[in-house]
Design a binder for this molecule. Structure first.
Ligand code: C2E
Ligand code: CA
Ligand code: CA
Length: 613
């Protein structure tokens, strides 16, 4: 307990202050820097004479004094507002207990006034620091004024401190709000409001470390199929709206403890931190696939997209964030390679497959660099007289290599690992060189055409036309001997650039054929916009001849359409004589297939040409 015990034994003459009983009023505006004008002082239980004495003593202080005759009056004053100091005369009041215990007193300090012979310790006992001092009568006005001023100053300082504290609290609150807003910005994706890559990594790290959940941790990587088309065709704003809608649909399907994040562009992720069974994540993948593929209505248009998903679990990987990401990406890549719109779990088998694929890519690069491939040639037969009117060049993986791969496997790999341009150039160079030899040695006549398969990626390359021209010029070979086979899918990507390139090639005199006709693009309008000379109806329709009447109807219709458009028709994959007869009877122009010859290595093909003379 801290208090100042001061014995005031005599009274001094001081200027007369004015004290108003009960209501309280300001005595004098003085020393306002220390004490705000609103400070109030309560005189409790003082005699008229004491009130006058106190009033006189405090004349110089900026304080409003109120005099009360009972504790009840004092409490009423306290309820009206804060009181800076209470001077309570203990001799005049039987008990101050109700003041001592009242909540209305708040923190107002009390100075007790007592007769000179009273025991100070007894007086202060039980006030628990609320009575900060004790003064004895008769009051010394100078000491009284000094004491009161001191307590008022202390009280004013306390108020200032309280105000400073509350300001500090406010500032801290504001700062916390700003920090939280910043945290939201750094942890959330601005477009969708989902967690961003940073938050995703933190969450996945924590989930992988937490082994108490008892379950497994699963990561689901989601990639929207062909999202570039949405952006290109409908514009980036609609693309953004589609992404936002997809984000909200994924959130709806996932559970409360899961984290849904947008990693970049059209790639999302869901982390399941406490997975109880692999079925759970497969069910979620199916639900996400279903909700994303439902029609999305943006700006009055209905759009549909599909998605591909790669899934990894802590149990199937070494359990680091990088491992989980790598594994899920690998699984996603597998789905994409198989046409998308599906999900795939990471497994060791997949890793094995990936290693094989990497080995193929490595060997492919070596072979492209060394040009150590082979070309085989398959004859093209005139359906009218059975004469060889041309051949198709088909690339082969070298027979003496440790690996054996068909072009239907390694051509797509060459396309995806950036080797197709170099490989295509090798094919064209070799094909043109062989053709030149056959022409020079009189093995083939002026009407002979050598067909070369051209990848869509080659057709999209703006330099393609000039590289073709360079190769042909070097061999001094007229372009009329060459035919380029392209697929219908070529028109799907950047049609304007593809058509531009085709026009240039056609302008050189190269014949253009549509390969695998009937299996690809649904709109046929491109046939009138592209410089096409030949349709090669796909083998699958030829296979059905004599077996499936619908296939026969398709073949008849394609022949009629080709002729109406002034195009020649080739049937590929002719294996049976019944097929040959049907095609001849229905006026198909040219035939190609094992019935006549398999694709042959150059020496065998040369022999074949010789014998057919
Ligand atoms: P494609 O252009 O449709 O070639 C026809 C494929 O059918 C060839 O397979 C050929 O060997 C095969 N074939 C021909 N007649 C018959 C038949 O009567 N029965 C059967 N069962 N098959 C027959 P191949 O040589 O394995 O080529 C597969 C695909 O690889 C080609 O399909 C083509 O898309 C691609 N390709 C081959 N060589 C090249 C090339 O030099 N460049 C590019 N870009 N692609 C190529
Ligand atoms: Ca072909
Ligand atoms: Ca074909």
């Amino acid at each position: 307990m801290i208090y100042w015990a001061t014995l005031v034994t005599n009274s001094q003459q001081t200027p007369q202050p004015r004290v108003e009983s009960g209501a309280g009023r300001l005595l004098a505006p003085h020393r306002e820097r220390c004490k705000p004008a609103a400070q109030r002082l309560l005189l409790l239980g003082h005699s008229e004479a004491d009130v006058t004495a106190v009033e006189r003593a405090l004349q110089g202080l900026a304080v409003t004094v109120a005099s009360c005759h009972s504790v009840q009056q004092a409490l009423a004053q306290l309820r009206q507002g804060p009181v800076s100091l209470i001077l309570a005369d203990t001799d005049q009041l039987a008990s101050l207990d109700s003041l001592r215990h009242s909540r209305d007193r708040h923190h107002s300090p009390v100075v007790l006034i007592a007769a000179a012979d009273r025991d100070i310790d007894q007086l202060l006992a039980g006030w628990d620091g609320a009575a900060v001092d004790c003064l004895f009568k008769p009051l010394n006005p100078v000491l009284l004024a000094a004491k009161v001023e001191l307590f008022l100053t202390l009280e004013a300082r306390c108020r200032e401190l309280e105000a400073a504290h509350s300001l500090l609290d406010q500032r801290q609150l504001q700062q916390r709000e700003v920090e939280q807003r910043l945290l939201r910005l750094t942890e959330h994706d601005a477009l969708t409001g989902l967690a961003n890559r940073i938050k995703f990594r933190d969450f996945l790290t924590a989930a992988l470390h937490d082994t108490d959940s008892g379950g497994d941790v699963a990561l689901l990587l989601i990639d929207i199929d062909n999202f570039k088309d949405i952006n290109d065709v409908l514009g980036p704003d609609i693309g953004d709206s589609v992404l936002t809608e997809i984000a909200s649909r994924i959130c709806t399907e996932s559970s409360a403890g899961d984290l849904v994040a947008r990693l970049c562009g059209d790639e999302f992720a869901v982390v399941l931190p406490a997975l109880q069974s692999a079925t759970g994540v497969a069910v979620l993948a199916a639900r996400i696939s279903d909700c994303i593929s439902r029609s999305i209505s943006v700006a009055g248009r209905d759009t549909r997209v599909t998605c591909s998903m790669g899934i990894s679990t802590r149990a199937d990987t070494r359990g680091s964030v990088e491992d989980m990401l790598k594994a899920a990406s690998l699984a996603l890549k597998r789905v994409k390679a198989e046409g998308g719109d599906n999900h795939c779990f990471y497994s060791e088998k997949l890793e094995q497959h990936n290693l094989q694929r990497l080995e193929i890519e490595r060997r492919l690069r070596e072979l492209v660099a060394s040009g150590h491939f082979e070309l085989h040639f398959q004859p093209l037969i005139d359906s009218g007289d059975g004469a060889i009117i041309g051949a198709e060049a088909l690339i082969r993986w070298p027979a003496d290599d440790a690996m054996t791969l068909g072009p239907d496997v390694f051509i797509p790999i060459a396309e995806s690992c950036g080797q197709i341009k170099a490989l295509g150039e090798w094919v064209l160079n070799s094909a043109v060189a062989s053709l030149k030899n056959w022409l020079d040695s009189g093995l083939v006549g002026d009407s002979f055409k050598l067909a070369v398969n051209i990848s869509t990626l080659q057709l999209m390359d703006q330099q393609f036309h000039s590289s073709v021209k360079r190769i042909i010029d070097r061999c001094q070979l007229p372009c009329s001997y060459l035919e380029f086979e392209i697929t219908e899918s070529a028109i799907m990507y950047e049609p304007s650039r593809v058509i531009q390139n085709l026009n240039k090639l056609h302008g050189l005199g190269i014949t253009i054929a549509i390969d695998d006709f009937g299996t690809g693009y649904s709109s046929l309008s491109y046939l009138t916009r592209m410089p096409v000379d030949i349709l090669k109806i796909d083998k699958c329709f030829i296979d059905g001849i004599g077996l499936i009447t619908e296939n026969e109807a398709v073949v008849r219709a394609v022949v009629a359409m080709a002729h109406n458009l002034d195009l020649a028709l080739v049937a590929e994959g002719v294996e049976k004589d019944t097929q040959r007869r049907f095609l001849i009877d229905n006026h198909c122009d040219y035939l190609q297939g094992y019935l006549f010859s398999k694709p042959l290595p150059e020496p065998a093909f040369v022999e074949y040409l010789r014998q057919s003379h």
